[in-house]
Write a protein that binds this ligand. Structure first.
Ligand code: GLU
Length: 301
């Protein structure tokens, strides 16, 4: 079935999980996504992905928004919070259940671990559990391909690599894959620009879009920042949180990670204008960017 067309107005988004203040890797995603949307004369939206309330850190969303504001990364409309959108996810889930694409799954993690950790085909549970999960059925031979605007054609065999994936967890929480697809469609998102760590989620999201009759946005997966040992730079690895009082050094470093030539401006407003005028997506590296790390990591004590 052909996907419905995307809205004509380009619209990007930034969708941080509120698990801590904005860190350098997220700023690369935010800046890259903002630049792509604004250059195209499009909108840019912000969504706080707080479906997993246990992982939420108090005050993190406020700190993330303050950093975006300090950087001049302005957004359109209200900030959307996933925690207020249960009814939307439930409607999508009901449709997938009614159409026979989703099923109630009583398999425990340990039962699945015994068969290699992937759910494919019939459940392995021996009896019902009080809190079943709901999964999407992935048929054998389900291959999803898409064109990443930076990385070219990417294809995944969802049956072999992923299997039947969770839409609502046994603990009642919505799975990221379902929430993001429903939200991107409701927010009119046409450009998904985010870190390459989410590359292997994209085929699952495209499958859900097709089954729900939603348009598939265009995709760009930006390079990740890595430390010297090749690990994704993140707050769990001690990446310094960014300081809203000093947005320019953080923006310069994110700009550098996007492969762009240095800008002469030394004030935020001029820097922002120059960045918009000179941003060249063709310069974005497609390999991850360990060479940027020196700009961010604190020197060893
Ligand atoms: N919430 C995700 C994160 O903070 C990003 C999700 C997305 O951009 O699709 O990593």
């Amino acid at each position: 079935m052909p996907s419905p067309p995307l809205p004509a107005l380009p619209c990007g988004r930034f969708a941080p999980s509120p698990t801590g203040p904005l860190h350098p890797g997220s700023l690369v995603a935010a800046l890259g996504s903002w630049l792509m949307a604004r250059r195209a004369g499009g909108q840019w939206r912000v969504r706080i992905e707080d479906v997993d309330r246990a992982r939420e850190v108090a005050g993190a969303a406020r700190a993330q928004l303050a950093m975006l504001r300090a950087c001049g990364l302005d957004w359109d409309g209200e900030v959307v919070r996933q925690s207020a959108r249960d009814a939307h996810y439930q409607r999508a889930l009901d449709r997938l259940l009614a159409d026979g694409h989703a099923f109630v799954c009583h398999c425990s993690r340990s039962a699945l671990a015994a068969v290699g950790g992937v759910h494919r085909g019939p459940c392995v549970a021996t009896g019902p559990r009080p809190d079943p999960a709901i999964r999407l059925r992935v048929a054998p031979g389900t291959r999803i391909a898409f064109d990443d605007r930076l990385r070219g054609r990417i294809e995944q065999d969802l049956w072999a690599d992923v299997g039947d994936f969770v839409l609502r967890r046994a603990d009642g929480l919505w799975a990221y894959q379902l929430a993001v697809v429903v939200d991107d469609a409701d927010q009119g998102v046409t450009e998904v620009v985010r870190g390459a760590d989410l590359l292997d989620s994209t085929p699952r999201q495209i499958l859900l879009q097709r089954l729900l009759g939603l348009p598939t946005p265009r995709h760009v997966h930006l390079p990740l920042l890595r430390d010297a040992a090749g690990r994704k730079l993140s707050k769990s690895l001690g990446a310094a949180a960014l300081d809203p009082a000093e947005p320019l050094p953080a923006l310069r470093a994110a700009w550098h990670a996007l492969g762009q030539a240095p800008l002469p401006a030394d004030a935020l407003e001029t820097w922002r204008a120059q960045a918009l005028a000179r941003f060249d997506p063709a310069r974005i590296p497609t390999d991850d960017a360990p060479w940027c790390v020196a700009h961010w990591t604190r020197s060893p004590a």
